[in-house]
Design a protein around this ligand. Structure first.
Ligand code: HMH
Length: 217
């Protein structure tokens, strides 16, 4: 198969991709040096993020034109279903770590990222752009957390479950399905839409960097 557009973006923006997927937050999980206060901060903020991400994912589904393949709908629907389990996981982690979600205040980087997701949800945003964004958001977590599962990683056992959640092979397959879906619809889109999708991809990578930065402070 010919290389899709997303693969070209990954090659063209290697540094930013690296910053998002090999951030010091992730590297510190991988080498076991992480400050658990940072992890707890990330956990609470990510719960808030995922709540916003559910709305975004639902909007992606609504944006899909009626004539797309049933299997295309199923990929997005599968992602939404997975988010329901993810939210339950966050709640069980909240009691494990003593992080109280009901009193959490979103930090600036989180608010900015969630605002961007809302902007993408505007009716003027083309569905190929949000499909690419959906893929990028999931791909960063998969790529980042998968490194913490490598055989030479010294990931602390109490953090292994979190890394496994996004780093496992099933999640990787889901990311690949999203990528293929995005590529298929980008290929049928105008140059203008393709450009908007690449901009959204870049904004997601930089938002992910800011999100990790926020968790380390
Ligand atoms: C900030 N990006 C952030 N949180 C997540 N949970 C994901 C991506 C993947 O679902």
């Amino acid at each position: 198969m010919e290389d899709g557009m997303t693969k070209r973006w990954l090659g063209a923006h290697k540094e930013l991709l690296h910053a998002a997927t090999r951030h010091s937050f992730i590297l510190s999980i991988r080498d076991g040096s992480i400050d658990l206060g940072c992890f707890k901060r990330w956990l609470g903020q990510d719960y808030l993020f995922v709540r916003a991400f559910v709305r975004f994912a639902a909007n992606v589904l609504v944006k899909l034109p009626k004539d797309v393949a049933e299997t295309d709908i199923d990929v997005v629907l599968g992602g939404i279903c997975a988010l329901e389990k993810e939210i339950s996981w966050f709640r069980s982690e909240s009691s494990k770590w003593g992080v109280h979600f009901d009193t959490l205040i979103p930090q600036k980087a989180n608010e900015d990222y969630c605002r961007f997701l809302e902007e993408l949800s505007a009716s003027s945003t083309h569905y190929a752009v949000v499909l690419a964004a959906f893929w990028a958001i999931e791909m960063v977590y998969n790529d980042a957390f998968a490194t913490c599962l490598e055989t030479d990683a010294k990931t602390p056992s109490e953090l292994y479950d979190a890394c496994e959640r996004w780093g496992n092979a099933g999640f990787k397959a889901y990311c690949t399905a999203l990528q293929q879906l995005a590529d298929k619809h980008l290929q049928m889109s105008s140059i203008d839409i393709q450009g908007q999708a690449e901009q959204a991809f870049l904004k997601i990578l930089s938002s992910e960097v800011e999100f990790w930065n926020m968790s380390c402070q």
